[in-house]
Design a protein around this ligand. Structure first.
Ligand code: AMP
Length: 202
């Protein structure tokens, strides 16, 4: 199964992608995580893109398309989380792979802001936690330290929300017209969102 998850920041794409990856035994591919790793390792690429990411802007399409093309090569199934993020990326993706399902996890801007305000991420495995529900300072899965993402600051969050409406939302119509789009209410509890996605994939 070749699956794309679309959603505004904080909609739970990353969390659902990890759960679906375990459930269906297919790899979870988060372009954002790959890019953040480059920044953390201070590679040449990482140094070039770190200020773009911290401002909440999109890194150039040729770069993300190249990463995805390499990562999915030879894979029979995968979950793309956070890619594509604009029509150009979606059209490029169409040139090298046929996507089976696109799930749009919906959430209001207000709820997205509230969730990102309380979001912590494991620096080792990328597991996502909410300050509202999780009170420990290390990851329950791998013991890694938890921290706020550098791009979860107010200015970058607003920029990412604007970018979602301007650049990513047109994808919803693009995939609806192909007949492969399903919309799931992301304001529900994690388990309910997961079961709704599973139903939509059947
Ligand atoms: P995410 O982890 O999906 O929230 O992505 C974090 C950041 O990585 C984004 O704000 C962008 O700066 C960059 N990024 C992730 N995916 C893409 C993409 N498909 N196209 C361009 N930039 C991306």
């Amino acid at each position: 199964m070749k699956l794309i998850l679309i959603g505004i920041q904080g909609s739970g794409k990353g969390t659902q992608a990890k759960l679906l990856s375990e459930r269906f035994k297919i790899p979870h591919l988060s372009v954002g995580e790959i890019l953040r790793e480059e920044v953390a390792r201070k590679t040449h690429l990482g140094e070039k893109i770190s200020s773009i990411i911290d401002k909440g802007e999109l890194v150039p399409d040729d770069l993300t398309v190249g990463i995805v093309e390499t990562e999915i090569q030879g894979k029979v199934g995968f979950i793309l989380d956070g890619f594509p993020r604009n029509l150009n990326q979606a059209r490029k993706l169409d040139e090298f792979v046929k996507i089976d399902h696109v799930i749009h996890i919906t959430l209001t801007d207000e709820e997205a802001r509230r969730r990102i305000g309380g979001r912590l991420e494991c620096t080792k495995c990328g597991m996502i936690y909410s300050l509202n529900f999780y009170k420990k300072d290390s990851c329950e899965k791998c013991g890694g330290a938890l921290k706020r993402r550098d791009d979860d600051n107010d200015a970058a969050v607003e920029k990412r929300i604007r970018t979602f409406h301007e650049s990513t939302k047109p994808l919803i119509e693009f995939y609806r017209q192909k007949g492969i789009l399903r919309e799931i209410d992301g304001a529900q509890p994690i388990e309910k969102v997961l079961s709704d996605i599973e139903k939509a994939l059947r």
